[in-house]
Design a protein. Sequence first.
Length: 368
Amino acid sequence: MADWKGFLQRKNIVISARRYGIDALGAMAQGLFCSLLIGTILNTLGTQFGIPFLTAQIIKINDVGYTVGGLCSFMSGSAMAVAIGYALQAPPMVLFSLVTVGYACNALGGAGGPLAVLFVAIIAAEFGKAVSKETKIDILVTPIVTILVGIGAAWIIAPPIGGAANAFGQLIMQTTLLQPFWMGILVSVLVGIALTLPISSAAICSVLGLTGLAGGAAVAGCCANMVGFAVLSFRENGWGGLVSQGIGTSMLQMPNIVKNPKIWLPAILTSAITGPLATCFFGLEMNGAPINSGMGTCGLCGQLGVWTGWVSPSEQAIANGALAIAPTAFDWAGLLLISFVLPAVLCWAFGLFFRKIGWIKEGDLTLN
């Protein structure tokens, strides 16, 4: 047992919830952001503003033409796998081999590909790390082991993992359609909490394929936390804190939440209000790439996702019955109110109340 632990330590193989559930998941979201999400944005910009370079078919693969954005989306599996390998501190030969593993796994996983990539890339990376530099022919052994283990695992587990993730996502979306009020609260609160915790709400929404009303509720919850904390902590952090939390991440408040969990209540209560408003009153749907549902106001990706879903719905949204629409003034008003105005006003008001009763004290929201 001691030899085994020593081997794992020497190979930097750390089997822990933090390494796999936080570091790897967060990195996967970044890989997805830099491929699928950016590709979706580029395609939408090219189509809506008539930019020839973004609408031209750069290459053809099996008689299918791909634009710049299409190529980004095409490589999303590889991008996620490499990002996961990077988070696991995989050596170069393992990291480069994950390109093939990620592409194959994402293809085999279908709509639930991102979740399959998370599991398979971890397995392949750790096996690759285990054999790395253990032989004199490392240049052959390491990539062969990484690729064979990865694709073998993908072939066995990616389809059922993808199917399960897709089914669960469908359950959430269908339940939201049937019970928009209660599910609006539940989805908004839970995804908003996930966004502030040191895990990836974007990756979770992508894994579950959240679009439609459920995606709109998720956007509401994320905005309630990001804009809410930005406004709530303005007296402590000023404009710098407003920007870093409002278009960056509310995760910056986690050290303060650990010290005093009550500071989270204004944002959570706000999300419980804006979620059902988004689903029941404004009918706010997020039909862009599902990853946008968990982005909130980070780089305005949540809002870009809603706009993209209006003018050019993603493949997953189309599969769920979404159609392109011409947004009305009411649609724009709903997006602005749910994303910015209501989170700012409600969280500020709740914050005043909790400061008055002493649950939030001066300095509790100061960023280090």
